[in-house]
Design a protein. Structure first.
Length: 167
């Protein structure tokens, strides 16, 4: 009889412990879901306003091939530096950056999307900028010799347009 009582007591105790463990796991999952949802909403705010404000702070910065600071910057160094300030890590080159995030059709561009161009000084993806809305994007331009704002519809950019990505 003692053995049966002891077995029932152990079984009951284990069942309670498992039930508590299940509740604990559910609470952890709920917290994880809340954190994920919160970070997604922050990313949308980040894309629309903060990234563009940071990008605009570079306006007029001189162009320097291979540069990645406000002393001199190239196109991919510019996008990398801007997004890094908002804890988004991008690879160094425009062609590498073109594989990050999700493809965006030109008609669905949103502020903060990365826009890419091909054949600007070499074959393949060779230039990148940040879309500002209303047909405009900000980029480090070797032609203008500085960070500037241009129109996607300008013949040169229209002819070299290669696509867009949302990161």
């Amino acid at each position: 009889m003692k053995k049966i009582a002891l077995a029932l007591l152990l079984l009951f105790g284990v069942a309670q412990a498992k039930q508590k463990d299940i509740v604990f796991k559910k609470n952890i999952q709920a917290v994880a879901v809340q954190k994920t949802a919160k970070s997604k909403s922050n990313h949308k705010k980040l894309t629309s306003k903060k990234v563009i404000a940071t990008a605009r702070s570079y306006l007029g910065t001189r162009y320097r091939f291979g540069g990645k600071t406000k002393r001199g910057i190239d196109c991919s160094g510019f996008t990398q530096a801007v997004l890094k300030k908002h804890k988004v890590n991008l690879p160094r080159t425009a062609s590498q950056q073109a594989s990050i995030g999700h493809h965006v059709d030109k008609k669905n561009l949103r502020k903060g999307d990365l826009v890419f161009f091909k054949g600007t000084y070499k074959r393949g993806i060779s230039h990148v900028g940040i879309y500002l809305g209303n047909d405009r994007f900000i980029h480090a331009s070797s032609g203008a010799k500085k960070v500037t704002i241009s129109k996607l519809s300008k013949a040169y950019y229209r002819n070299h347009y290669a696509g867009a990505r949302r990161v």
